[in-house]
Design a binder for this molecule. Structure first.
Ligand SMILES: NC(=O)c1ccc[n+]([C@@H]2O[C@H](COP(=O)([O-])OP(=O)(O)OC[C@H]3O[C@@H](n4cnc5c(N)ncnc54)[C@H](O)[C@@H]3O)[C@@H](O)[C@H]2O)c1
Length: 128
C-alpha cells in the first residue's frame, strides 16, 4: 500500500461532506473516486473536491471495476444500501468505513466475505 491512500466515497449526500472534508485535510488520503445513484449529487461533490469526471460513478460495482487501484471506501448511502455497498467493496479487497448502521438484518451482517464479514469486522472493532 502507498503512503497516500486512494479513497472512494459511495453516497454523496449530507454526511459524505464530513468524510470528504476529513479526507481532504489528511495528507495521506486522496479523494480518488465518487459514486452516487443520483448523478447530480455525484457531480456536485466531484466539482467541489476536484474529482475528474471519469472517476464519478452512479453504480458502486462500476466504480470498483473501473478503479482497482482504490485502497478504501467510505459508505455514506442510505441505510438500506450499506450492506450491499460494503460487501461489494470488501469482495473487491478494499478497506471499508461504513456509516451506521452497518446493515439492516442479522442475515446481512452474516453475509460478508469470510473473515471480512460485516459481523466479524464489527466484533474485531469492539474487542479493541
Ligand atoms: N454518523 C453520523 O453521525 C450520521 C449522521 C447522519 C447520517 N448518518 C448516516 O449516514 C447515512 C447517509 O445519511 P445522509 O444524511 O448523508 O443521507 P442523504 O440522503 O443526504 O445521502 C445519501 C446518499 O446516498 C445515495 N445512495 C443511496 N443508495 C445508493 C447506492 N446504492 N449507491 C450509491 N449511492 C446511493 C443517495 O442518492 C444520496 O445522495 C445514513 O445511513 C445515516 O444513518 C450518520
Amino acid at each position: 500500500m502507498n503512503d497516500i491512500l486512494k479513497i472512494g466515497v459511495i453516497g454523496n449526500g449530507s454526511i459524505s461532506g464530513v468524510h470528504l472534508r476529513a479526507y481532504k485535510l489528511n495528507p495521506h488520503a486522496e479523494i480518488y473516486a465518487l459514486c452516487d445513484i443520483n448523478k447530480e449529487r455525484c457531480d456536485r461533490r466531484g466539482d467541489e473536491y476536484g474529482v475528474p469526471a471519469d472517476r464519478r460513478f452512479t453504480d458502486v460495482n462500476d466504480m470498483l471495476k473501473a478503479c482497482p487501484e482504490l485502497d478504501a471506501v467510505s459508505v455514506c448511502t442510505w441505510n438500506a444500501a450499506h450492506a450491499a455497498c460494503a460487501i461489494a467493496a470488501l469482495n473487491a479487497g478494499k478497506h471499508v468505513l461504513c456509516e451506521k448502521p452497518m446493515c439492516m438484518t442479522v442475515e446481512e451482517a452474516e453475509s460478508g466475505p469470510g473473515s471480512h464479514s460485516l459481523s466479524s469486522a464489527n466484533s474485531e472493532r469492539r474487542r479493541k
